[in-house]
Ligand binder design. Sequence first.
Ligand code: PMP
Length: 322
Amino acid sequence: IKWTEGRGWHDAELVPYAPLSLDPANMTLHYAQTIFEGLKAYRQPDGGVATFRPDANARRFQASARRLGMPELPVETFIAACDALVTQDKAWVPNSGEASLYLRPFMFASEVGLGVKPANEYLFLVIASPAGAYFPGGVKPVSVWLSEEYVRATPGGTGAAKTGGNYAASLVAQAQAAEQGCDQVVWLDAIERRWIEEMGGMNLYFVYGNRIVTPELTGSLLPGITRDSLLTIAADLGYEVSEGRISVEEWQGATEDGTLTEVFACGTAAVITPVGRVKSARANWTVADGEPGEVTMKLRKALLDIQTGAGADTHGWMHPLG
Ligand code: PMP
């Protein structure tokens, strides 16, 4: 779908996957006005297909657009575009379980010209790819690297938007995590370099027995849709769940005194993954016994049951395509 200043959204079309040709002076290549989303379509027990909370992705896409000075795509147009692609590609939706069809809606400036200002033309697209189960061999805890050298986002910056620049800024820290033998980077706040924000591509949850805390939305971390869903599901399951501030010292100290019983990360790709080991320039510790915890696995099952249709969709989160 195209957007042009003065005309709005126009020329929606469904076409076979193909490369785009870009002018060397395309504004996105220079000024990075680019936003995206990620969501999944799951096969349902009746053979149909349903996406998970596409309205939430549509609203986050609008928020990202506002932050990047881009036009907002109406929620219903975002959902209709995803529906059209999934309907066309229904045969590519895996037949069962945690496997899914991953959808990647995105928008970028399509105007040609050098000059730092919001563009007058944009292109919105959705592409799709089948995605296997994230843990085909069973859920395995990840290890994380606390990045103290780099920050992902600052107050007033673009951290809460799903925009390419945030990911570009994270690449060297992610490479550093890999050099340290860790799977993922964990970001701290930019000011005190002390408060836990999120992981490279997931939000974090800290479990203290029956009490569960996730870092509050400070404006510099992504408001994950999985994170938001788990606030509700955890409360449904009787846990005392809240948003708050967790410092590195708290993470390490509560691990040592045994009050922190589990830590897990959540996002569209892996749904929920346990965090087993934490490493920083100054410390290295194992979360509880380093194995997937009971609360983590219970929440994982509850959310996946909703997504795959194995459990009741009590919050009306599934969007069926018939
Ligand atoms: N934080 C970051 C930086 C991410 O890229 C993602 C993945 N979109 C998340 C958190 C989790 O968000 P969601 O649950 O909406 O996938």
